[in-house]
Design a protein around this ligand. Structure first.
Ligand SMILES: NC(=O)c1ccc[n+]([C@@H]2O[C@H](COP(=O)([O-])OP(=O)(O)OC[C@H]3O[C@@H](n4cnc5c(N)ncnc54)[C@H](O)[C@@H]3O)[C@@H](O)[C@H]2O)c1
Length: 272
């Protein structure tokens, strides 16, 4: 029988995940989701909604995927882990809160469950994790977005977003400070920090580019291993222009990896 996946939330990312897993056929399937009691959404065939966490836990899914945001992670993930359910999390920025991160780690230990963070809209993190074993000297994350994409954030107070003539740094500081000031941009900064030098030693620059048309993420690092630079320019996910398509693919890949049959990826069984 196919592994049963439950999602927290059923927005653009969960919808994309459910459709993609259904296309693979035979593998894990999204069968359940946790919705807020007041939210109405049309669900695809085969997906059932719960509106409280006890009901979701009672369904004993094989894996849960949080795709609902920072507050939802804080509200649901500790209880799921404590109940022994493995959880993939996409809203990593929430874990910049030291107390929540400690609670989540405690819950995972108590429930003997796994917390599986995704790389999300970025990449190169496997390299960072390996490189840190020999010592990293510096890790920098740069997030570059079209100027208009920063509207409504503290960047709008720092610069005149509509009047920029060139790409301009709107924040420079640690990953921890970036997550506090720009919580909506914290997921990628957190992923880079957790893979490398941590929240206080990872440098973050956020940049508004008046000529930009897409979101770009860059991670650069130096250390005993040598040096690395990774850059990705993302297309948006159909259904939510604020979420990168890659972030949804990253959640899909994390789910497939949990139930993977072997190490040969596309060469073992073509997926699309
Ligand atoms: N790691 C990354 O690179 C990355 C990139 C993009 C998005 N994300 C995260 O993924 C999340 C989901 O993205 P999306 O595009 O699907 O967003 P979305 O807004 O389309 O969907 C989120 C859904 O979650 C639901 N929700 C919120 N709180 C909930 C709760 N407590 N219980 C149940 N449902 C709840 C909302 O009603 C909404 O339907 C984002 O909030 C963001 O934190 C991570």
């Amino acid at each position: 029988m196919s592994a049963r996946i439950a999602t927290i939330g059923f927005g653009a990312m969960a919808r994309s995940l459910a459709a993609a897993l259904a296309r693979h056929g035979g593998g894990p399937r999204v069968t359940d989701c946790l919705l807020r009691p007041d939210s109405a959404t049309d669900l695809p065939e085969g997906v059932t909604a719960c509106t409280d966490i006890a009901a979701l836990i009672a369904k004993a899914p094989d894996l849960v995927v949080e795709c609902a945001g920072h507050a939802a992670l804080a509200e649901t993930v500790p209880a799921l882990l404590r109940a022994g359910l493995d959880v993939v999390v996409v809203s990593l920025g929430a874990l910049c809160d030291d107390a929540l991160r400690a609670e989540v780690m405690r819950a995972a230990a108590e429930g003997a469950a796994r917390l599986i963070p995704v790389a999300g809209a970025v990449g190169g993190l496997d390299l960072l994790r390996a490189a840190r074993l020999a010592g990293l000297d510096a890790v920098t994350y740069r997030g570059i977005k079209p100027a208009g994409a920063w509207a409504g954030s503290p960047a709008a107070d720092a610069v005149d977003l509509g009047g920029l003539a060139q790409a301009t740094v709107v924040f420079s500081g640690t990953a921890r400070a970036a997550a506090l000031r720009f919580p909506k941009n914290a997921n990628v900064a957190a992923a880079g920090a957790f893979a490398g030098l941590g929240l206080d030693a990872t440098r973050v620059e956020l940049i508004a580019d008046p000529a930009g048309t897409a979101n770009r993420h860059e991670i650069a690092a130096t250390g005993a291993f040598g040096e690395m630079a990774f850059s990705v320019t993302n297309r948006p996910l159909p259904g939510n222009p604020k979420t990168s398509h890659l972030a949804a693919l990253s959640a899909e890949e994390a789910v497939l990896a949990v139930f993977a049959a072997g190490p040969f990826g596309a060469d073992a069984a073509p997926r699309r």
